[in-house]
Design a protein around this ligand. Structure first.
Ligand code: AMP
Ligand code: MG
Length: 422
């Protein structure tokens, strides 16, 4: 009987080990159009007040409150984007547009819906007492000079990028997007659009994992299909160690004759664990290997590269990706929250428990009476991608005897954060 030399570690132990070996990538100036989803590396402060001048909030007439309700003489126009140089004298009003600087002398703006202008005379229909500041956004009302507006560690979404642009910046200091190399291993694997020979199957892991990398915020690098030959694996590994910050492979880590990856990783670097107590995904292997230069020589100037050798079965590859690779990518990208978000769900049916390993059962969710109800996606065979397709989450089932009964509550790891708002 063949026995793995690797002790079986728990999911928590595996994740802790991974997070010990990955660190946020250095920061660089990233142009705003390329920065969506990246994490800010430095606090940003406003160099000046916003707005930088008292501005009109409405289209209307800038005037003096002290003139009361009486009609005003129209003294000119103040549009946004210019300084017209008009002073609002007593008894006068100036036509003004939204965002235009308030002309000197004026202390309120009455909106055009509440005023008429005829033959140079402005009549107000305000109906209440005018008060200074009406219709005016004072200097610094939105942001004060020196105020911190974005914090290191903040993820950059549309509002944050707009905020940076409002400070006059074309780029932001952000953690680089991790470059993640992905290759599939297996003599049976074929690329798409070609007829399958006897014993062959299409390589589904590469497209699936490349997409998962992009979804996790990494920059995917396709390193192709690699045959189960030591030389080819070494070549692919060396190329990946030069091109990527992190590598993800699939296949070749079980107990078969051609499962060559683990010994190779152990020879080239350090294997931190080679088996995890979980279903699916037991053969998951995590290692760190020295970075390489493009000529294949070890690159001492670069940090060691984390490598995830995922099991070949398509569902095992995806589940282990979500649980372990995603956190590594997000940590490298500078995120504080790295794991899948979790909710508590009520079981919509009984779920059998595995006596030896905790299971990450693919489920759909629905909302009923303020609770999440989880149902199985059907047969959980680790080859059956249909169990993952359409799944909303991974139901975490403890190892045990018998079943978790319908109506019981269990955690579900969400594959789509939109459920958090549900
Ligand atoms: P392995 O981990 O290499 O022993 O592979 C386990 C199972 O997953 C086998 O049935 C393989 O044919 C299948 N498999 C491995 N790699 C892939 C892949 N890239 N795409 C689809 N199936 C795969
Ligand atoms: Mg294989």
């Amino acid at each position: 009987m063949r026995e793995s030399p690797y002790p079986m570690v728990s999911v928590d132990h595996a994740l802790a080990s991974i997070l010990r070996h990955v660190a946020p990538l250095p920061a660089a100036a990233v142009l705003l159009p390329d920065a969506l989803g990246l994490v800010l590396a430095e606090d940003l402060r406003a160099p000046a007040d916003q707005p930088p001048f008292p501005a009109s909030i409405v289209d209307g007439f800038a005037l003096r409150v002290a003139d009361g309700a009486a009609p005003r003489r129209l003294a000119g126009e103040q549009m946004a984007g210019v300084v017209a140089g008009i002073v609002v004298e007593p008894g006068a009003a100036v036509r003004i547009t939204t965002g235009a600087p308030i002309p000197p002398g004026a202390d309120a703006v009455v909106m055009v819906e509440r005023a008429d202008e005829l033959d140079g005379l402005v009549t107000l229909h305000w109906g209440q007492e005018l008060r200074p500041g009406l219709g005016i956004r004072p200097m610094g009302a939105d942001v004060l000079a020196g105020q911190q507006v974005l914090a290191a560690g903040q993820a950059l979404g549309p509002a944050e990028l707009g905020m940076a642009a409002s400070l006059g910046l074309s780029s932001v200091p952000a953690h680089r997007r991790p470059r993640v190399g992905v290759f599939s291993t297996g003599d049976e694997l074929m690329p798409p659009d070609q007829p399958l020979g006897p014993g062959q199957i299409y390589d589904s892991n590469r497209p699936s994992l490349l997409a998962a990398v992009a979804q996790a915020g990494g920059q995917p690098i396709d390193l192709g299909i690699v045959r189960d030959r030591p030389g080819e694996l070494e070549q692919a590994l060396a190329a990946g160690l030069a091109a990527a910050d992190l590598l993800v492979t699939s296949g070749g880590v079980s107990m078969g004759e051609l499962d060559l990856l683990k010994p190779l990783l152990a020879g080239w670097g350090q294997v931190h664990f080679g088996r995890v107590r979980m279903k699916p995904g037991k053969p998951l292997t995590f290692a760190t290997l020295p970075a390489r230069q493009t000529d294949g020589a070890i690159d001492p100037g670069q940090p060691a590269r984390p490598i995830f050798a995922l099991p070949g079965n398509p569902v095992s590859a995806l589940v282990t990706f979500h649980l372990f690779v995603r956190p590594a990518i997000r940590r490298m990208a500078g995120h504080a929250a790295v794991s899948l978000p979790q909710v508590i769900a009520t079981l919509g049916q009984p779920f059998p428990l595995d006596p030896e390993r905790p299971e990450f059962h693919r489920v759909t969710l629905r909302r009923a009476e303020g609770r999440f109800v989880a149902r199985s996606t059907g047969s959980q065979a680790s080859s059956r991608l249909l169990s993952a397709s359409g799944a909303d989450g991974l139901l975490v089932l403890e190892q045990g005897e018998g079943v978790a009964p319908a109506g019981a509550e269990r955690p579900v790891l969400l594959l789509d954060d939109a459920w958090l708002a549900a």
